[in-house]
Design a protein around this ligand. Structure first.
Ligand code: PLP
Length: 488
């Protein structure tokens, strides 16, 4: 099916491209007609694909049970998965499996699907780009879409963050940020945070301590990464209250600079403005500001890893905006591309200009189709006011979670989060180990997909930013039902 569509797109495009020259030179009217014809044609392809999706939703399967089982067993066991479902399609907040079951998705592919599953505008942009230019390779030539994307992104970042590099995954963006920091400062060490998650490549793993399953048995990991305490009540020593937490962590940071890595050896501090995989922990409001001051005083760069928190997730375009700071380097991915593999780093030109030519790059870096998806995503952010929706629906979700926490004796330690990045942490000293996992399994029976987070008993809720009131309420109803069942 796909190859037939691709063939049709290519044939039409070739036709249009050939006639473009003629049309521009001789008959502008004919040219315009052709463009309209192409648009209508691409529209009909989208309709055809929708038909196919509908078939899949009805459970018309393409594979036998035996093939499905064999394929599942042939995929690496090292991939942990919260469900055994096989999905065939998705629209907005819902996904469909091969049996035609419909699920409410409160995971958005771990925050990647900011505009929901298969937003028509993103799909259309991808189809158009796929028929025009798929790949030009960043080391060979610019493509027009990447340049448009840069122009668009400039409107979302503070003006001093004016230099961009695009890559594929969040982990790669983190590695690239470390490269910028080391080359710019000519210093080796990086301070990162206990409980942080930065990815699964080796440098990123060396900075990751949210859970030990990511790194156990795969060392040695690169050296030069020093871990500082993140202001998270769950990690604080006895006697430290939430009011003391910021002071304690700042003092620890200063101690690290005296005892573990001197400022003259330290290139940067990397932090998730809100811990993601580590449990959706929001730091005290003054912490990032004080951290930035320490960085400035010691000539160290501040890197904000916004891979999960970026693009409206927390109710501002970037989470650093909550804390009144502008970092030196920002990593972006996930919600940036509506599910297409694109990531990036954004910094000041004076820093990125210190990199020798050739030090950055990669075959698929800034891939044209992924850039088209990102560009469409940013347009949707403006047209559909997704940041505002994140605030409004985040409030509704939070209210519902707070009410749920008050209702029963569920041993909830904390409900926390910002915008549409919300979590419930149970008291892991009281509830049985695996409680959070049991809840997400029960939610699956209620046709809802959700996630756990971190090393403790935490549920996280990270739906697409396009969610509406009814979908928030549907999720809360299912949660209420499951909590009653699990705890009574
Ligand atoms: C804050 C943060 N950084 C980096 C990553 C790694 O991104 P990726 O899985 O795209 O490599 C993640 C992924 O969850 C993340 O949440």
């Amino acid at each position: 099916m796909l190859s037939r569509l691709q063939q049709q797109v290519t044939t039409t495009n070739n036709m249009v491209n050939k006639l473009t020259y003629l049309g521009q030179v001789t008959k502008p009217l004919l040219f315009n007609e052709l463009i309209t014809t192409r648009r209508n044609f691409l529209g009909s392809l989208t309709k055809e694909r929708d038909e196919e999706e509908r078939e899949e939703k009805l459970g018309v399967r393409q594979m036998t049970e035996k093939e499905i089982k064999d394929s599942k067993e042939s995929i690496f066991a090292g991939v942990a998965r919260v469900s055994d479902m096989v999905l065939t399609s998705g629209k907005g907040l819902y996904v469909y499996d091969i049996y035609g079951n419909k699920y409410l998705d409160f995971t958005s592919g771990i925050g990647a699907l900011s505009t929901g599953h298969c937003h028509p505008k993103v799909t259309e942009a991808v189809i158009q780009q796929a028929g025009r230019l798929v790949h030009s390779q960043i080391g060979i030539a610019h493509h027009e879409t990447i340049l448009k994307l840069v122009q668009k992104l400039k409107g979302f970042f503070p003006s001093q963050l004016n230099s961009y590099f695009f890559w594929n995954s969040g982990s790669e963006a983190v590695e690239a940020a470390i490269k910028v920091a080391r080359l710019a400062t000519k210093k080796p060490n990086i301070i990162c945070f206990q409980g942080g998650y930065h990815g699964r490549t080796f440098g990123a793993m060396a900075m990751t301590t949210s859970k030990n399953c990511f790194t156990t048995g795969v060392g040695p990991l690169p050296t030069g990464f020093i871990h500082a305490p993140y202001p998270y009540m769950g990690h604080m020593p006895k006697g430290i209250t939430s009011a003391d937490m910021s002071d304690y962590c700042i003092e620890e940071m200063e101690r690290i600079l005296l005892q573990k890595t001197t400022a003259s050896d330290t290139a940067a501090v990397i932090i998730e403005p809100i811990l993601g995989e580590g449990g959706y922990v929001v730091p005290p409001s003054d912490f990032l500001f004080r951290l930035k001051k320490i960085c400035e005083k010691n000539n160290m760069l501040l890197i904000c890893d916004e891979v999960q928190t970026g693009f409206g997730r927390t109710g501002t375009m970037f989470a650093f905006e909550h804390f009144g700071i502008v970092p030196d380097i920002v990593t972006i991915a996930k919600g940036f591309g509506s599910g297409y593999p694109i990531s990036g780093i954004v910094t000041r030109k004076e820093l990125s200009d210190l990199q020798p030519p050739g030090s950055m790059g990669g075959t698929y870096a800034g891939n044209a189709v992924a850039c088209a998806a990102a560009l469409a995503t940013l347009e949707i952010f403006e047209e559909e006011k997704l940041v505002e929706n994140s605030i409004a629906k985040g409030k509704r979700l939070r209210k519902g979670l707070d009410e749920l926490a008050k209702k029963g004796s569920y041993n909830i330690k904390e409900v926390r989060g910002l915008g549409l990045m919300q979590a419930i942490e149970f008291d892991h000293k009281v509830v049985p180990k695996g409680t959070a996992y049991q809840i997400i399994k029960e939610l699956q029976k209620e046709k809802m997909i959700s996630l756990t987070s971190g090393a403790f008993e935490t549920l996280r809720f990270v739906p697409s930013l396009t969610i509406n009131d009814e979908e928030v309420d549907e999720g809360l109803d299912k949660l209420n039902k499951v909590f009653k069942r699990v705890f009574n």
